[in-house]
Structures are given as C-alpha cells and as structure tokens.
Design a protein around this ligand. Structure first.
Ligand code: ASP
Length: 315
C-alpha cells in the first residue's frame, strides 16, 4: 500500500492492454496524454481546488485524446455508432450524476457534471441527455467527430470473429477496453471520481456498462473513491466500486479492499479488468489482472508516474 499526505490524483486510460501490440510511438502518445491529464488535474489540486474539478479536468483531456475509448476514440457499437457513458461523484456528500448512450456531446464527463450541478436527477439517458446538454449549452458535435479508423477496424474484426471477440476474450486484437477515469483527494480532505467510456466494441441493443452506474464502475464516499475499467457486466454484478468502498469503510486497507474485489471476486466470476482506488488518508492502489492498464498518478512529492505494464515508464 502506498500512503501520502496532501493532494493525490490517480488516472487510468483503461485495462486490457496487450503489451506486444504497443509500438513505441503509440506508447509515447499514450504516455504523453496521460501526463497531460495528470498535469491539468493536479494543477487544480495544487491551487487548493476541489477534487471534483480536478477529476473532471483530467478526464476531459483523456476524452479529447483519440487513443482512449472515451470521447474521441470511443469504440463502435454493432450498428456503427459511438454511444458514450460517463459519471461523476463527490465523496463527502455522495452527490453523483451519470449519462449513458449519448452520441453527440463532445465531452460526456462535462454533461455528467452538468447533471450533478443543474438537474434534480442522477442519471440521464440518450436523447433526453442530449436535450439537456443543448439546454445547458454544452458543446455538441457531429457523430463523425468520434470516428477513428483504429476503432472502426476493431469493430470490423469483432463483426467477423463473433460476439466473444466483442469483449476482447477470443481475439487479442480486440482486447482493449480503454475506458478513462480519475480519482482525487484535495487539500480539504475531500475525494471525488469521474469515469468516461465508449463501452465495449460491438455492443448492441442499448447496452450500458458499469462506468456510468453509480456503485459499479464509479463510486466515492467520505473514505474512498474508485474508478473501474474492465468487463462491465461483471463490475455491475459485483457492484465493484461500492464493494471496495464498503470494505474500506469497514476498516480494510485500500490495497486489501481493492485486491479482494478486482483480483479475487471478479476473476472468480469470470471477469477481468482493473481499477484506481484512493483512500481519504492518501493511501492508494491501482490493481489490474489484465496484461496492462494505462495509468498515472501523482502524490506528495508532486512527481508524476506513468505505467502501462508492471513497470513504470520513463518520462
Ligand atoms: N468497463 C467498460 C464497459 O464495460 C469498458 C472499459 O472499461 O473499457 O463499458
């Protein structure tokens, strides 16, 4: 377990990385995007800003980077659309909001944030969420904005190889999850989380994963904040993020709680993935059971760390 005092920010760009598929320039692009997101989020924390502002800012950067499965660069549905999900939560009062199945909002995390601040609801879906985005004046884009060739080809492979490959199980080339998320602890001792995703390649019938479901892929209370990435169906069934927070509130260490849920409970059910977990004492854990998880963190000393596999990347 790692512990520290002062502001802490952890981010992820998704679990499920196949290391050997990562060419040097792609690795560098990913590390650059992670570093930038970390910098933007941490700058807010250093200026005594709120954890919720820091996680939102970090996730906006990751949504705008085409190398992650969120915002631009999101995966395609079976029908060739990009349907985006996002959620935010503040630990101290458990204020939370989420959106799902949105096709035209440039930054889904900003829409989730607007739902939290300007609506009486917790979760908005599809066209209604888009109408709310227009009402709030959020930037809307043509659906083609989200199109990237790599994700389009990923869908073509999934369509050829059958439904199993859609969740990255039988075809290693499809085994990228790539959801993004951030958890932060600010100088006031408050925690917050944000998660954003395109879901899973080849998803159908309005499928919604764990990311926008409060308690499954995203959760924060006064003790702990969690953003998850992985095979969403299993994270929903295990109410993963909430399960970790319940363990921490009961006195388990962040490391033990995170490991028990991510690396024991979920794999025992047949699922896989990872999470970033941050305690109110500054302790944190970034467990995953896939070959890699794009992740970065900054704590006490202010020095940024970026990692993909087990070892840290040189910055
Ligand atoms: N958990 C996400 C989902 O199932 C996918 C991911 O983490 O990349 O929608």
């Amino acid at each position: 377990m790692m512990t520290c005092h002062g502001p802490v920010l952890l981010i992820h760009g998704g679990a499920g990385v196949i290391q050997t598929d990562l060419h040097q320039d792609r690795r560098a692009t990913i590390c650059k995007a992670l570093s930038r997101a970390l910098r933007e989020g941490y700058a807010i924390l250093q200026k005594d800003g709120a954890a919720l502002d820091a996680v939102t800012a970090a996730v906006v950067v990751l949504e705008d980077a085409p190398c992650f499965n969120a915002g631009k660069g999101a995966v395609f549905t079976h029908d060739g659309h990009n349907e985006l999900d996002a959620a935010v939560m503040r630990g101290v009062d458990r204020a939370a909001a989420a959106i799902a199945g949105v096709r035209s909002v440039r930054n889904p995390v900003l829409l989730a944030r607007a739902v939290l601040e300007h609506s009486p609801h917790v979760m908005l879906l599809g066209e209604g969420a888009e109408a709310f985005a227009a009402h709030r004046g959020l930037q809307q884009v043509e659906p083609t904005y989200f199109h990237t060739e790599a994700r389009w080809q990923q869908l073509q492979r999934a369509l050829q190889n059958g439904p199993q490959s859609a969740v990255g199980i039988s075809d290693p080339e499809c085994a990228y999850f790539g959801t993004v998320g951030a958890v932060a602890l600010d100088r006031h001792g408050e925690l917050a989380v944000a998660t954003s995703t395109g879901g899973m390649t080849d998803k159908r019938w309005g499928r919604v994963g764990d990311s926008p479901i409060i308690g499954a892929g995203t959760y924060a209370d006064a003790h702990c904040a969690v953003s998850a990435t992985g095979w969403g169906e299993y994270y929903i069934r295990s109410v993963a993020a909430h399960a970790i927070c319940v363990r921490v509130a009961a006195g388990q260490s962040v490391e033990a709680a995170a490991t028990a849920v991510i690396n024991q409970e979920i794999p025992a059910m047949g699922g896989s993935g990872g999470a970033i977990v941050l305690g109110v004492d500054g302790s944190y854990a970034l467990p995953f059971n896939t070959e890699g998880m794009y992740r970065a963190w900054v704590s006490g000393t202010g020095a940024p760390h970026v990692a993909i596999g087990n070892d840290e990347e040189k910055l």
